[in-house]
Unconditional design. Sequence first.
Length: 390
Amino acid sequence: MRHQVVIIGAGPSGLLLGALLHQAGIDTLILERQSRDYVLGRIRAGVLEQGTVGLLRQVGCAERLDREGLVHEGFALNFNGQHLRIDIKALTGGRTVTVYGQTEVTRDLMAHRAASGAPTIYEARDVALHDFDGPNPRVTWVQDGQPREAHCDIIAGCDGYHGVSRASVPAGAIETFERVYPFGWLGVLADVPPCAHELIYAGHERGFALCSMRSNTRSRYYVQCRSDDEVARWSDDMFWDELRQRLDPAAAEQVVTGPSIEKSIAPLRSFVAEPLRFGRLFLAGDAAHIVPPTGAKGLNLAAGDVHYLAEALIAFYQDASEAALDTYSARALDRIWKAERFSWSLTTLLHRFESSTPFERRMQDAEFALLQSSETAQRALAEGYVGLPY
């Protein structure tokens, strides 16, 4: 078979890229190594920047998001019992974020692609990328026990940190930058009302905590834990007790407890691969970068990559020129590194590092004090939170 673009990965970045290209009349095939149910079972972040919402609206995939999403005009920082609300709408000239789960974004994009008739192959085994250093790349895989092959003009690697796309690049052609943090996040999903109508990011001597939500009746809470911790060690009661200890008294009093419907530990790392283009292979999303979940940049940063890549591919087919393709990596990386800095900075401010010196802890105190006293500092934080423009 032959397609103009083969997209590796049917997560939100691959599906969104497919939707943007399909809208422009570009023929795509999406290959996903997992089943559809497996992809939908992944629990991820739920805060969408305005740019991400705009892309979903652009492809006609935001009806449910506009109906069910929760628009937030600010968020709260708790730091050692002190409370500070960041009014992102006022500080950024009216920009907001929308709470809507990544699983729901993926579900909407899957339904949109199915309705369009564009092909997606799930449970594609042994996917391999070939000849992307020339003008005629191809992709092979095994489907229902039979070998398959697709020839194409472009391969888009949207298959995540552990995917085959980045792993297919020769080692000497790619450089990676990484910071692995010495802790993780223990997350609990529960059908209880959230303790506040906006997110609360808490820094405490016992460690970080986050109060988030997926709807007005479903909450997502996190506490910082050891990187080698195990979910089995945490009962629901232990989790709720620890969460409340890390919040200011007013917020802790509003926490409604209930049985967890999902509980997991996520490791934290910062990671960037450079460049993002290798001949006719382009990386986007988690295949290209990872950010700590502090500040909810992961899905939004992937959407930014997809925006740049879709623009470049549309120009490539319209103009029969690779000029736009040549600029993709630099354009995307400029925004990626700024988002990495934002997530790193917020992670550094709010988490407890066992290796921290007294000086470093005082720097955390000084950073929060600056935010309390400076509207300029708050504006910089708010601009990073709502997302930099494309």
